[in-house]
Design a protein around this ligand. Sequence first.
Ligand code: MN
Ligand code: MN
Length: 459
Amino acid sequence: MTAEQLFYDKKPAFDRAAPEAVAAYAEGYKAFLDRSKTERDAVKEMAARAEAAGFTAYKRGQALKPGDRIYQVNRAKGMILAVIGEKSLAEGVCLTAAHLDAPRVDIRTLPLYESEGMALLKTHYYGGIKKYQWPAIPLELRGVVCVCDNGEIKKVEVSVGADPSDPKFVITDLLPHLASEQMQKKMTEGFKGEGLNVLVGSRPVEEKDAKEPVKLAIMRLLHEKYGMKEADFLSAELCCVPAFNACDIGFDRTFVGGYGHDDRCCSYPAATALMGLERIPPHTCVCLLVDKEEVGSDGVTGMKSRHFDTFMGDLCRSQGVVLEECFEHSVCLSADVCNAFDPNYPDVSEKRNDGRVNCGFALVKYTGSRGKSGTSDATAELMARIRTIFDRAGVAWQTAQLGKVDQGGGGTVAMYLANRNIDTVDAGIPVLSMHAPFEVISKLDLYMAFRGFEAFYLA
Ligand code: MN
Ligand code: MN
């Protein structure tokens, strides 16, 4: 046999898809990204798309038949979509799991203060950020405030900075002229969490004797617009996210740049492939979109929450099936991003095994760090099943890992699903500048992920 027949060759897959289809799919994704800068926004956007695609909100105890399309939202921050298949749930489900949260700068519970004639908000960063990347970029303020007024609770949505006429916010940086000390520091020490304070105003109230005249003026604005008093920050979830939209990158427009590709670039194709199914799938297909992955998957909306088990238990009960039996026969694509080999930083990657842009949907047998710690490590049998599904459907795929073995590493939700006795493998899209306020992916990889999820659901 020839080398061509015997060797595995990871190469760009431009010849495997029509450029028009790839470009058109990316347009839909960019629009989704711009409307989904927090997990709450993403859930709202996904629920609207699901309704338009014939999904209805699931009611416990409701009878289900093959072809039914249902969804359930978990506390406005996570959701599950399902299309009921021909076979019994006892034969398992085809499950995809991705996350909707992304690294950002959360607003602290008592954030507003005044200093030197300026009003600022204290923050608490969310997820693994490089702190130096967040000052000196325009920020939006997003989230909800549950205003408590005389026993009445009113939930108010906050979104400032997305509309072109809106003001934006910023964390200031130090001018280079006075930064010689800062520039000598290690990159982990050049910026402190306590220094990531967001500038929100400077006009004082007119009263001469006001103690904190700028803070008071800002509180008056917040009260006027949202009915808020300072204590209402305590029952709020507000965060700052980058105030720029997704765009094409490169003369040839082969990339998409944007905030929150990790992990909306997997959530979007996993969900849209399910919504787009044109026939009833053999197995019931479930797309799980969770929150809190970036901070360890704990909490009521994270992957470790029993919300998923409760939903699946409800479905199983309607068919007289035991949940454990359903899980035992289920297969999961844990859909999360991996690093793309970056020519600017070649030293941290291992060329043969790391993901590469444009080489397709990336199968990651194991993640983890320091000797596979914190991974589920998919079985050889499962890897064979999945690559065969992709090959049959003509999906361009590649293998990937997370950098050189001693370099670091990371984890995904895969192990929490595998721990439930569900055969699970990681699959995702290689990302450049992962966890930066502006990340980059290839349109071709995004499209191949969509095709891969579709083939998986119908297998
Ligand atoms: Mn991720
Ligand atoms: Mn991440």
